[in-house]
Design a protein around this ligand. Structure first.
Ligand code: MV4
Length: 495
């Protein structure tokens, strides 16, 4: 079994830091790669060694697989962790890493390839007892033939691109009259977005919840599920709130979905961490959609309720060891919620905002975790995803996790850029979210940007007061103390 002594993290920001933290706890050295825009980034400073790999645009830096492998070889790295995004679901990269004699901390190129193509994924799982939405067996090319199949399936139907992701190349069709035009659109959208115009047709599940199952697989054939995450609150296929466990699953349904997810993983000889996405309808039926072959953004909520460090377990698997726990060892403890904090203005239709974090004060206290890659004074680079952080709260039950999220949002002070924090609070206070009775149309059904506008002036005013308070707080606090020095001792001791 190869003992991993040094890991290169082929990523940036919060996830690069997240991976390095687990590596450090295990006594493993870390190597950061970075673009010229990230010279002062926290992941660069945290790593034991850091190497600049190019200019800011990701296609000249974080996406340069061969260059990253060169760095890994020069620095005698044992394994590469790809994080999420960038090269994490690039089959050719997985293959090239292993060809270079380095461990890829993710699945084989073959598993990535199959799951990256929705039709290939459906074929792979078809003998593995996984429920799928009624639909065409393969790609549909001829419009008349597709129309006939749609009639058989029954309207409404959904035309989906096989290479699709993020809702691209997906069209809902309500009736025969609309079919031809929508199919042409789906094919042309898929061709321009993915260079692959293959589409298929499914029954459209009108108001589903998005429930995904975390799985982990070792290289000895052991596969376990680490329960679900409910990611139904999303906006234009961008998740905004994720929680574990789901507010709606019975223990029986949880087991059935978990076992179906394990079967999906088994169908491609999966190894490492993976997520199997399902839609869950109003009747409580669930259907396999696709598998994400990476560690996901929202993995912390699973860590909170299981007590498992998913990155450490990925390292354990990469070393060739069996899983360090069995299915029977896993239990759900409490409830966790994550909100994604973006540099976007929710009062202006989530318009992206740029700038610097003039004030950046993180929430603290019981049950609060912040995964970020920024410090006060830093710029949000324009070249990458505008996510500032992930705010995660944990409670003994869902109500406590929600209460803590509201308290944490109020403690979180970000000035210099507009953020989605007020939107997060809107969700936490919404009756539909609180009751647990919501689906993927939550944002569309209940949110209007105006709802955050009248509060905005007041919020800004309160925030300004808070800042003034922070700046004055030392003076205010020492009034009745023996010392009248306005500079607190901890600051003195550190400078
Ligand atoms: C569906 C569906 C309803 N019926 N398939 C969206 C992106 C891709 N992962 C698949 N998606 C969906 N597939 C059938 N047959 C509804 C969605 C969907 C959705 C799924 C998960 C999370 C959010 C969503 C938002 C809109 C539509």
């Amino acid at each position: 079994m190869p003992k991993i002594k040094k890991i290169l993290i082929a990523n940036r920001g919060e996830i690069a830091l997240r991976v390095m933290r687990s590596a450090r706890e295990l006594g493993i050295k870390t190597v950061a790669v970075f673009s010229e825009a990230d010279r002062n980034a926290l992941h660069v400073r945290y790593a034991d060694e850091s190497v600049c790999i190019g200019p800011p645009p990701s296609n000249q830096s974080y996406l340069l697989g061969d260059k990253i492998i060169e760095v890994a070889k020069q620095l005698h790295v044992d394994a590469i962790h790809p994080g999420y995004g960038f090269l994490s679901e690039n089959a050719a990269f997985s293959e090239a890493v292993e060809k270079a004699g380095i461990i890829f901390m993710g699945p084989t190129a073959e598993a990535i390839r199959v799951m990256g193509d929705k039709l290939a994924a459906k074929h792979a799982v078809q003998d593995f007892d996984v429920p799928m939405v009624p639909g065409t067996d393969g790609a549909v090319k001829d419009v008349q033939e597709a129309k006939r199949l749609a009639e058989e399936i029954g309207y409404p139907v959904l035309i989906k691109a096989s290479a699709g992701g993020g809702g691209k190349g997906m069209r809902v069709v309500e009736n025969t009259a609309e079919f031809e035009e929508q199919m042409k659109r789906a094919v042309s959208e898929a061709t321009s977005a993915f260079g692959n115009g293959e589409v298929f047709v499914e029954k459209y599940v009108t108001s589903p919840r998005h429930i995904e199952i975390q799985i982990m697989a070792d290289t000895h054939g052991n596969i376990v599920y680490l329960f679900e995450r409910d990611c139904s609150v999303q906006r234009r296929h961008q998740k905004v709130v994720e929680e574990a466990p789901s507010a709606v699953l019975s223990p029986e349904k949880r087991k059935a979905m978990g076992e179906a997810a394990v079967n999906v993983a088994r169908s491609v000889n999966y190894r490492g961490a993976g997520t199997v996405e399902f839609i869950y309808d109003a009747k409580g039926d669930f259907y396999f959609l696709e598998m994400n072959t990476r560690l996901q953004v929202e993995h912390p909520v699973t860590e909170m309720i299981t007590g498992i460090d998913l990155v450490k377990e990925m390292i354990n698997i990469a070393e060739g060891n069996p899983l360090s726990f069995t299915q029977e060892d896993l239990k759900i403890h409490g409830h966790a919620i994550e909100i994604r904090v973006y540099a976007e203005n929710p009062a202006e239709n989530f318009l992206p905002d740029t700038g610097s974090l003039d004030v950046y004060v993180r929430p603290q206290g019981p049950g609060v975790r912040v995964d970020d890659g920024f410090e006060q004074g830093m710029d949000i680079p324009i070249y990458y995803d505008p996510m500032i952080s992930k705010l995660i709260t944990y409670g003994k039950d869902r109500a406590e996790a929600i209460d803590r999220m509201i308290r944490a949002i109020d403690e979180y002070h970000i000035h210099g850029v507009k953020t989605t924090l007020p939107f997060g609070k809107f969700v936490m206070k919404h009756e539909a979210f609180v009751s647990g009775d919501f689906n993927t149309h939550f944002v569309q059904n209940y949110f209007k940007p105006e709802m955050l506008r009248e509060n905005n002036a007041e919020d800004g005013f309160i925030a300004a007061l808070v800042v003034a308070n922070i700046l004055n707080s030392r003076k205010a606090k020492v009034v009745n103390e023996t010392t009248t020095n306005p500079v607190s001792n901890w600051k003195r001791n550190r400078t």
